[in-house]
Design a protein around this ligand. Structure first.
Ligand SMILES: CC(C)(COP(=O)(O)OP(=O)(O)OC[C@H]1O[C@@H](n2cnc3c(N)ncnc32)[C@H](O)[C@@H]1OP(=O)(O)O)[C@@H](O)C(=O)NCCC(=O)NCCS
Length: 145
């Protein structure tokens, strides 16, 4: 298996992710990869590569005492090989270096894979009914470092 490397996001990565996100998610999701996560918040956004091939990404940022993971995705063929876990571990290292003690992530309600993934990484999960507006519930994951 090719060696995995994790590095900061580049514009070419962002451009690529916009084109593959719907396939990686298994449904229309292009709205969710807002360019703000590259242009304004990109220093904590991480890309996982095997050789030169992008196989995963984590879009997040730190603010005050919290690290926030907005979007994480792994190429379908590269799942369950620890890529997501390694992206989180690198993000957590960055949080710890910045003195951040709390982590938060969100997912669409019903995303069972994401729920089980976050729970496996030690996050607590809860449902918030109106998180994204009336009737738009989300799964909220939290963890104290
Ligand atoms: C959720 C996701 C990011 C997980 O990435 P991954 O690289 O496959 O996860 P890992 O291999 O690091 O998994 C670590 C552990 O999490 C758990 N886990 C991960 N995916 C799981 C799934 N689909 N079902 C059950 N448990 C799962 C397992 O315990 C796993 O360890 P194991 O494989 O040794 O049993 C990936 O499936 C994905 O991109 N899904 C689509 C996008 C998405 O839902 N993103 C999250 C919301 S923003």
């Amino acid at each position: 298996m090719a060696e995995l490397t994790i590095r900061g996001i580049r514009k070419a990565d962002y451009d690529y992710l916009v084109t593959v996100l719907d396939r990686w998610w298994g449904g229309p999701s292009g709205q969710r990869i807002d360019p703000i996560f590259f242009y304004e918040l990109g220093s904590d956004a991480l890309i996982a590569c095997e050789e030169e091939r992008v196989v995963g990404f984590l879009l997040g940022f730190t603010r005050h005492d919290q690290g926030y993971i907005h979007l994480v995705g792994i190429e379908p063929g590269a799942r369950r090989r620890g890529v997501g876990k390694q992206l989180y571990e690198r993000f957590i290292e960055r949080c710890e270096d910045a003195g951040v003690r709390k982590l938060k992530a969100i997912a669409a309600f019903g995303n069972e894979g994401s729920k089980l993934f976050h729970e496996a990484l030690g996050f607590e999960s809860r449902e918030e009914p109106d998180y994204a507006g009336p009737g738009r519930k989300r799964l909220v994951f939290t963890k104290t470092l």
